[in-house]
Design a binder for this molecule. Sequence first.
Ligand SMILES: Cc1cc2nc3c(=O)[nH]c(=O)nc-3n(C[C@H](O)[C@H](O)[C@H](O)COP(=O)(O)O)c2cc1C
Length: 754
Amino acid sequence: MTLSLWRYSHLALAVATSAFLLIASVTGVILALEPITHQARGYAVADLDEVPLSTALEALTANYEEVFTLEVERSGFVRAGVLTADLESLEVYVDPRTGETLGPVEERPAIYSFSTNLHRSLFLKGAGRFFVGLVSLLLCIIAVSGIALLAQRQGGFRRILSPVRKDYFAMRYHVLLSRWMLVPILVVALTGVYLSAEKFQLLPEAQPHHQEVASPPTGEGSGPAMSTGAPGQAGVLGEWALSEVRRVEFPFSDEPGEYYLIELKDREVRVSPMTGAILSEADFPMVTLLSRFSFAAHTGQGNVFWSIVLLLASASILFFMYSGFAMTLRRRKNTRVRKDGSHGASISNPDSSEVVVLVGSETGTTFGFARSLCEGIRATGRTVHLAELNAYRTYPNARQLVVLTATYGDGEAPTNARKFLSKVDRVEQPAALQFSVVGFGSTQYPDFCRYAADVQEKLEAHPGFRAGLPLYRVDDQSEADFRTWLNAWGDRTEIRVGFEAPAEPEPLDEIGFTVVSRSPVNADDTFLLTLRPETDQPFTSGDLLAVRPNKASGYRQYSIAYMDGDIVLSIRRHPGGRCSSYLYSLQAGDRIAAAIQENPGFHFPGHVRSAVMIANGTGIAPFLGMMQQTNGTDVHLFWGGRTRESGKLYSPWLKQLQDPEGPPAAGTPNFSQGGPNIRTCYSREGAKRYVQDLVLEDRETVLHTLREGGVLMLCGSLNMQRSVLDNLESLLEAEEGMTLDGYIKSGQLLMDCY
Ligand SMILES: Cc1cc2nc3c(=O)[nH]c(=O)nc-3n(C[C@H](O)[C@H](O)[C@H](O)COP(=O)(O)O)c2cc1C
């Protein structure tokens, strides 16, 4: 919840301010160059703290007809407004020791004046200044929320500088760069707000109020009298070094009562040119000092290092805008299924739709058919609502219900349909719904479309439904089968819909891999395969490797463990399985082609305090990799295998995880302290338990992890997933405000089962 709040405010403000931020950042980059190029002119005076002000005043008055002003810039340049012997009024940079001219003060290049105007007010005068001030304020909030998100991701403020886990480009560099740039950005934004507030006179009045100094303080101004034209060494003018001075205004004339108006760092002083004594002085109010600090911090004036930091900060805002939006698009793509259950199809309001299409799908292909169906229905002018079966509810306006569902496991429901049958008994419909069920399955399985048959049976027996058509089964996603049903459904309902086949999936980008090693099979016919990519493609544990034994075959996906740049796969060799047999035939040094597929919905989230990883059989593979990158997260691994012997395949890694210093060694898992907390169970030995039993036994760890915002990750067989989810659901029944769906939606429950 907190994470979402930070994330949404971070995103919403970034979207709202993007156009202004874009302009401010580009002009900010340009303006940050100005102090750097200025410094490169090389007029900086060395050791300003060793040059008395009186020396500079004397040297200048000796060299020029008249001197009006002297200014010591932050850059270390000394600038003077003078009248030359040719009676030309000039602004020049000078050597304060000799009064010699070093070079002219040049007119500001047009690019900087233009950029300043755009940066400050977008050429919109007051209104523009107001917007820029507001955007600066919003940028402060964006930076603060960014820091909070960074801390959450890294697992706390103290871990902000700990290593960033590998991720896709936009995400990785958004995080990496933010660690260095968020503080400078916050400084830029805060000082921008301050400067805007000053321009709008929102700050207290900041005029210095002079206090007369009755008599010169002891030791000050007690020297001989000086004339305006040639100040003597005495008095404060001889005591102050140029490094303490910001600006001097010379007296207009030799009249008594005229004075030098001298701006020091913290106060303004009037000094008699005749006596060198202080006549009056005024401390600068805090508002003025803060304004000066804000200006210097915001512009980088006089500090090349800070100017470079500002330049990088402005440029990084541009990168953050790009990477932030790229991340959002990605997240939306990945979470769309979970949030609205529609897999990206446009859905109408469930309260007003005439036709409701509900889908049970594990890997998404059934949604492709459902989307085409919905688009077709919509084209007839009717309203249609598309959702997953678990989202079943009351539909006040619906007349037709269509259920398209796959079957998994031993004839069971896909995960997003688990709750449908029980909901049918609980949810009431205002009018009887005419229904039609289409089963998606495969004749290769003994329970062909079994779950769809269960749905048909349930609805037929329920008084709130009327069967429109008998159950229809689609084998292997056959379009011809689906068309046949669609025609029959059109005849029955008089909703005649054209069918556009779901889009072909994009071809995969295969790359080359070298086989590093392949283990022998264990008692469960499972082996490990280590592959080294020949191309530099980023990937992380939880991504998938799509492999096919030959070009004519379909791809088979395996969950990846990232191990020092290599991919480790745990593979079960199925009797007659072409892909697993092909992979088992490989030897070290062989080369294969395969495609790495990003699976961001199953990446280890680096920001959590604790994580429970639950796997059975080969499902342990991604966790072997993830446990190496947990970054201080408290990790609990629950693993279920058939026999103790089954676990030996993974023990070199598990042992190393327990004892990272020790050499990898074969042997049974070591359950010593430190490293992840590993719990195992065996279904064919000892107490004969399954991993779902561990969830109940260690309920405290599981619930505590969820309560404190940690993650539960499941990888392995769909049967295991279903049983674990059932047990979790029963655990959560006793917990107030915690639901399985809620955790799936919030990303705290991540699953990759097959
Ligand atoms: C692990 C697994 C188990 C399956 N079990 C069955 C089954 O018991 N009965 C059946 O008819 N189809 C079964 N199928 C086939 C799927 O139901 C079918 O491919 C379906 O079209 C997938 O739809 P989806 O991509 O929307 O999840 C199974 C598929 C897999 C991968």
